[in-house]
Structure formats: structure tokens, C-alpha cells
Ligand binder design. Sequence first.
Ligand SMILES: Cc1cc2nc3c(=O)[nH]c(=O)nc-3n(C[C@H](O)[C@H](O)[C@H](O)COP(=O)(O)OP(=O)(O)OC[C@H]3O[C@@H](n4cnc5c(N)ncnc54)[C@H](O)[C@@H]3O)c2cc1C
Ligand code: FES
Length: 265
Amino acid sequence: MIQQSVKVLWNKKLSTACYKIGLTCSDHYSSAKPGQFVMLGFAGQTDPLLHRPFSIHNLLISNGSAHGFELLYKVVGIATASLAARKAGDSVEIFGPLGTGFLIPSRAKRVFVVAGGIGVAPLVFLVSDFHRKKVDLSNYRVFIGGRTKEDLLCCQEFLDLGVSVQTTTDDGSAGDQCLVTHPVETAIGQTAPDAIVACGPMDMLTCVVGIAEKHRVPCQVSIETMMACGMGACLGCAVESRTEGEQYLHACMDGPVFPADALKF
Ligand SMILES: Cc1cc2nc3c(=O)[nH]c(=O)nc-3n(C[C@H](O)[C@H](O)[C@H](O)COP(=O)(O)OP(=O)(O)OC[C@H]3O[C@@H](n4cnc5c(N)ncnc54)[C@H](O)[C@@H]3O)c2cc1C
Ligand code: FES
């Protein structure tokens, strides 16, 4: 993990509130794992003072090594609004890659990938990474849910990787009008997958974990907590553990990706 000042390559608006930004990086990001994140800040700015966590959305690779990476982000406050105002050539500060990544055993052939809203961000990196490593993705299924069709991001990226995508919205403006966990439950009832990975709001993750446990399918989740330091110093990201003798885990160091049975939901 190193701290560096990096350049904005481009910053594209995808919907009313969501953007995708490309940033330069040193080639040690070549070994970044899907699920890992960076802490991003603005040198010389006092507001926001603290860096903010963002999942690596994908690596920009040339000649086998990473020269940049992408973040997918939603504007919700001061830091994300500041980021949206950045133009090509501007600088931002990052340190990373941080935290744990997804671990899908090679014997897992049939995998369900479940995304809620901006939670799709690290899952594109996961599926792209397997695609680059020539993993057979024919039995992967992606489920993406959002409040409205504006929240359904990255469907085309998954389709371009040859993976089927099922979408849902709360308001019926695209896909099926239901929660994303409904088609997951239906599909699991037909043929259980070997693994489920999920990222999204806590309510969605709680429901996905419940379905996975009911059907005894191993599940990994990437969780979002408030993070002030990103490296184990502030203890602000503590989450309750299910492991006996271990009351709390830290999302920044022990996560953000956890086996579902490690956490209390
Ligand atoms: C490991 C990790 C990966 C993340 N990856 C992404 C990503 O890829 N794309 C993305 O858009 N966002 C991601 N987030 C969330 C992102 O860090 C926050 O949206 C961001 O910090 C908000 O900063 P802000 O100054 O714009 O908003 P603030 O003014 O700080 O907050 C605005 C609102 O968002 C809530 N909020 C802020 N941070 C968090 C958080 N970490 N978890 C839950 N609620 C929060 C606040 O309570 C407040 O209601 C990630 C968070 C974590 C922990
Ligand atoms: S964010 Fe500071 S300890 Fe995890």
C-alpha cells in the first residue's frame, strides 16, 4: 500500500448522480484484487479533510500491467461532489490498494453475482479479472437491482464479458419490478450455485445472506461502513463478528469482503 498523487485521465457522467473516473497509478496496482479499495482525498483542501473509501471498479491494463484504474461513484456529499468536479489532468491523492478481496475457489463454476445500486462497482472488476484470466464464465449469472432504471449501472459491461444479466427496479422503470433478491431466490431454487458474491446496501446483503444460508451456499459480501483512516487506526469501521471470542472485526483491514458467516447481520 502506498500513498500517491495521481492524475485524472477522464471523468464521465453516467446518470444524474453517478460517474466513472479513470486515474493513473503506479504498476503495483497490477496485483490489486477485486474487492480491494482505495482511500481518496484532495491535497490542500480542508473540506473534506478526511480521505474517503472507494472500491476499485476496474484496472486499466496495457502490456500486462496496470497504468491506471477506474472508480464508479455516486455523488452523495462533499467528497463525491468534489470528485465529480475533477477534470482530466487534475490531481487527487490516493492510498491503496487496501483491504481484502473476493476469494472464489476454482472449483466454483456456477456463481451468482448480486449487486445493489452502486454496489456493482467492485463486481465489474471481479468478473473482468476472471475474464482476463480466461475463467469459464458461462455459468456465472449477474443480478443487478436499483430503485429506478438510473441506478442500473454496468449491465453492458457484464454482457460484453459474456455473462447473463437480470435486472430489477423498485419502481418497475426497467427489468422486473421487485427486489433483486427475488430472482436470486427463484434461480437458487432451480439450481443452486457453488458460490454467491454480493455488494450493495446492508438490507440487501442481509437478505442475500439469509437466502445463501437457507440453501447452504457459500457467500461472500463486500460491506460499506464509515471509514476515517482505512488502515486500522481509528476503529471507526468496526462490525460485529459471529466468531466466538472475537466481538468485532474491522471492515478496512479484515474486510471489506467477508465470508457471510463471519458477520452478524
Ligand atoms: C470499502 C468501501 C468501498 C466503497 N466503494 C464505493 C464506490 O465504489 N462507489 C461509491 O460511490 N461509494 C463507495 N463507497 C461509499 C463512499 O465511501 C461514500 O459514498 C463517500 O465516502 C461519501 O463521501 P461524501 O463526502 O461525498 O459524503 P458524506 O458527506 O461523507 O456523506 C453523505 C451521506 O453518505 C453517507 N455515507 C458516507 N460514507 C458512507 C459509507 N462509507 N457507508 C455508508 N454511508 C456512507 C453519510 O452517512 C451521509 O448520509 C464505499 C465505501 C466503503 C467503505
Ligand atoms: S477505518 Fe479506521 S480502523 Fe477501519
